[in-house]
Design a binder for this molecule. Structure first.
Ligand code: SAM
Length: 281
């Protein structure tokens, strides 16, 4: 089912290369649950605490937004900026359901115009820089939203090609190449963390922490679910985009199933770089 079939209004809904349909919302939820322990720990180290004012940049359906709102509590504030009205509506409803009144929602394109928020203690940005047309503009917008000393925290891909299986699985490697090509075709860059530290320095931030994150896990590990769910949903997306045909998707699906059925298989996950940078002056 596409976003339009799901009743999502507005042509902008199709802008994001991975889509904003229900399955993608669910996938982003699983992805957040897999990463939550890493994320909570990095927020704590960067100084996010009770009473903090935090910007969630490209918040998606709001999974991190909810956790941030709970961490900062009623004396703090979270501002979720997101282009997709469908995602933002999901975030809004989830906050209401949890009784969280400390979140403000901004339906805004990060590439168009200045952000409405300033003097933030921190900004959180995950898996967004790969999809924007101008990452330097993103770095500038984040820098301007922070107070002096405020922390910009990024989790972005450093080396997407680390995503492999052991023993090697050529159909999965072909899939990874196709995903990278599809992001580039839509104006993004998968390995954006190669450029981000320099862009942040140029934007008036000082990089204070860099940490690569990569996992090597068997099929029974919860972390396995993060990339494997992505394969299923993104095969559909690549078909929709007309980049591959049904037979190609079946080969990838079958190869992954076979690998998954063997408990000796290991998955090496796509490498993410954690970046913390502080606004100068
Ligand atoms: C992979 S999702 C990540 C969502 C969320 N940060 C998370 O970690 O779950 C990428 C998000 O970036 C948003 N995005 C991409 N380009 C954007 C832009 N120019 N302005 C605002 N949001 C954008 C997409 O709509 C999508 O919600």
């Amino acid at each position: 089912m596409t976003g339009m079939e799901a009743g999502v209004a507005g042509s902008g809904e199709r802008d994001y290369v991975l889509g904003t349909h229900r399955e993608e919302i669910e996938r982003l939820g699983l992805q957040h649950r897999v990463w939550r322990p890493q994320v909570l720990e990095c927020w704590r180290r960067a100084g996010i605490t009770v009473g903090s004012r935090v910007l969630d940049v490209g918040a998606g359906p709001g999974y991190a937004t909810l956790d941030l709102a709970e961490v900062v509590g009623p004396t703090g504030e979270v501002h979720a900026v997101e282009r997709s009205g469908n995602f933002l509506e999901h975030a809004r409803r989830a906050c209401e359901a949890r009784g969280l009144a400390n979140v403000r929602f901004h339906e805004q394109d990060l590439m168009a115009g200045p952000l409405e928020v300033a003097h933030m203690d921190a900004a959180w940005c995950r898996w967004v820089a790969s999809f924007v047309s101008d990452p330097a503009k993103l770095a500038g917008a984040v820098a301007r939203a922070l107070k002096p000393g405020g922390a910009a925290i990024f989790h972005e891909y450093l080396d997407y090609r680390t995503w492999r299986l052991a023993p090697p699985c050529p159909p999965l490697e072909a899939f990874v190449s196709e995903v990278m090509a599809s992001w580039r075709a839509s104006g993004g860059e998968p390995d954006i963390a190669l450029s981000l530290p320099a862009l942040l320095e140029d934007a008036g931030l000082t990089v204070t922490h860099l940490e690569p994150k990569v996992f090597v896990v068997p099929p029974t590990d919860f972390i396995w679910k993060w990339p494997s769910e992505f394969v299923e949903i993104n095969l559909q997306r690549l078909l929709e985009l007309g980049r591959v045909d049904e037979a190609w998707t079946q080969r990838v699906r079958q190869a992954l199933r076979t690998a998954e059925a063997d408990p000796r298989t290991l998955m090496i996950t796509p490498m993410v770089l954690e970046i913390v940078a502080r606004r100068r002056g």
